[in-house]
Design a protein around this ligand. Sequence first.
Ligand SMILES: [Zn+2]
Ligand SMILES: [Zn+2]
Length: 362
Amino acid sequence: MDTIPKSKGTWITRFAIRFFTIILAVLIFWILGFFVKDIKSIRGPNYYNIERKHIDQGLVNKKILLENQIDNLSRQIQTQQERQRLIGDSSQNLQQTINQLLELQKLGFQKNIVFSKREQANFTNSLNLFLENQKKYQKLYQTISNLLQKKYNLEDKRKHIKQQIEKQRGPARVEYDTLSEKHRLKLAFFQLALLIPLLTLSSILIIKKRLSIYFPFFLAFGGAALLKVTLVIHEYFPSRYFKYILIIMLLIFVARLLFNFIRSIAFPKIQWLIKQYREAYERFLCPVCEYPIRTGPRRFLFWTRRTVNKIIVPENADKAEELYTCPSCGTMLFEECSSCHKVRHALLPHCLYCGNKKTIVE
Ligand SMILES: [Zn+2]
Ligand SMILES: [Zn+2]
């Protein structure tokens, strides 16, 4: 039988119990976290696959083709512009040469020196080259402007296709959002399906075993489970749902607390204690330490809480009742009644012979 230990222990033991209770709660919280994380790793819908269902692949291919063409044109334009720049440089050089030659000619005229044939030929050559360059430059200019026009046209087309794809992407996004939401709810359901039974179990243990010496175990378990459930609910449900769930949980908790307070006034703790003592006497076990009460016909037997109903008690043994103290913990279990002087239960309120009532203290 689990009962409140008579000694509360030194402060260091009490401190240690509290400390380890907290550590235990943290560890349980941690392990619950691992389970939840594993559930979370279940894969959701794939946006790429959904998009492929909704968007015309022909359009996508067209867009890719257009993009390639535009890239190609851009490169061509760049090459032509480079060439134009080179020709421009060369024209500038030629112009300088021609200017110098003209200057020389002017000087020659003033001093009556005529250009030699070779010099004349040089001048004509340079001039021709210059004019040819100018033509080339103009031609390149034309080519570039044509290419640019082409590029703009293609870009227009691409814009149009992009708009079409974007339009088709709308339903894909809607479907993806719906599937994602479903997946999220499924994950929340799995997590709560794991956590809620644990929370329920721990709550039952906390309520049923509140007098047990192992109460801190259940408290740690319950605390960790409650915190994890709260966090999961908070993560998966929007705050407006969460608000309601939280308030309902709080209501239940406070109502339960109030209920317990009222009960504790109506049926004080001692009632619980007596109930536990009674159950222990029924099993012939010491209510304090669970050591078998080996008196009368049961003197030479041994049993535990589990085996108490299986042992065979000898019939013709000495049935005389006598005073009895638990040899294990020293608690007086059968004592002399102060009224009728027969042997009565020491930890139960009434004498079984005369009904005399005694007060049981904690
Ligand atoms: Zn005992
Ligand atoms: Zn009596």
